[in-house]
Design a protein around this ligand. Structure first.
Ligand code: SER
Length: 341
């Protein structure tokens, strides 16, 4: 008999860290398999039942997983983020799109074997949006799910397409087949704003100036932000990001009016983040050296998001506004982290 389990791809990434801790703390009943292309940090490896080091493009590896486990829920977090993806766009496409199809295939196969849907949780991103110019960005009301879907990055294009693939596998997979199998994928997706964790730093993202500024100050290192001080996008503290994923996972299917939801916590400019950081770490040295390419990417992302659908459908609300995120979560935890080192 195969053992029932949850699969987390990109387990060693920053959402992976937060999610695996949360599944452990919540006493989640299902064993967790952590899959990552890199070694998984010990603190995470110790919280899961199996660690698999490998590539989501390796279908033989995924087949082996399916032969060993009955996969009940997939948290497909693995991706190349927006900055990194621009250096190798075709490779990013393979990981972000073909990798996602491979996991959707695992889900649909598993669902058929067990005669029950497989839940597929997928993080999308503010990178799916493409504001036409800075004036439009600053003047726009909070942007809804279906507005401005004209991404300018490979990562953003990949995320939009994977949202559509999820909807397709959820509702239209093999729609011309003679017999329709009722057991498929229950695909659910949140679009994250820039995420900030006290525990990990992102790698290869374009919203990274936010978390990098805070971590550098706590380590007493100077930091040059790669954007202008007036650059504004929405951000979210990691516990809220994990809470959203869990709330969406648990929501009754009948309450969902869509498969892809915007979520947001607070919008701050780089300068507003720097002011908060300097108030907490008076020795912080923060400057600005905007990189034209990365600036253009962040300028194409909305300043504010409309997350009213998530609020109405599955009771989303953020626990951490800007004050709580910085004063109650980020600053104390980051201080402790670097003091302990
Ligand atoms: N934080 C991501 C990035 O910067 C956006 O989803 O790429």
């Amino acid at each position: 008999m195969r053992k029932k389990a949850s699969l987390v791809t990109g387990a060693n990434g920053e959402v992976g860290h937060g999610l695996i801790r949360q599944l452990h703390e919540a006493g989640d009943k299902l064993p967790v398999i952590a899959l990552d292309i890199n070694q998984v940090d010990d603190e995470i490896a110790n919280l899961v039942d199996d660690v698999v080091i490998g590539d989501i493009l390796d279908t033989a590896l995924l087949d082996k997983l399916m032969s060993e486990y009955e996969i009940d829920t997939i948290y497909h977090l693995a991706a190349l983020l927006s900055t990194r993806a621009e250096f190798t766009p075709e490779a990013a496409h393979r990981v972000n799109v073909q990798g996602t199809i491979n996991l959707l295939h695992v889900a649909i196969e598993q669902a058929r074997w067990r005669g029950q849907p497989v839940k597929f949780l997928f993080p999308s991103s503010i990178a799916v949006f493409g504001m036409p110019d800075l004036d439009a960005k600053m003047d726009a009301p909070p942007v809804g799910e279906d507005d401005y879907i004209t991404p300018i990055t490979m990562y953003g294009c990949n995320k939009v397409y994977c949202e559509h693939l999820g909807r397709y596998y959820n509702s239209h997979y093999r729609q011309l087949a003679q017999s329709q199998d009722p057991h498929g994928i229950d695909f659910r997706c949140v679009r994250y704003p820039g995420l900030i964790s006290a525990v990990t730093l992102p790698s290869g993202g374009t919203s990274d100036y936010g978390p990098e500024m805070i971590h550098a100050a706590a380590k007493n290192e100077p930091y040059q932000a790669f954007v202008r001080p007036d650059t504004i996008i929405p951000f979210m503290a990691m516990p809220d990001a994990i809470k959203a994923l869990m709330l969406l996972k648990e929501a009754p299917e009948t309450s969902l009016t869509r498969r892809v939801y915007n979520i947001t916590s607070f919008s701050l400019s780089a300068e507003q983040i720097a002011e908060r950081v300097k108030a907490a770490f008076p020795q912080a040295q923060i400057g600005y050296e905007p990189s034209p390419g990365r600036q253009k990417i962040v300028d194409s992302w909305p300043a504010r998001l409309d997350d009213s659908a998530a609020r109405a459908d599955w009771g989303w609300s953020s626990d951490f506004d800007a004050d709580a995120a910085f004063n109650d979560y980020l600053f104390p935890a980051i201080r402790q982290r670097y003091q302990a080192q």
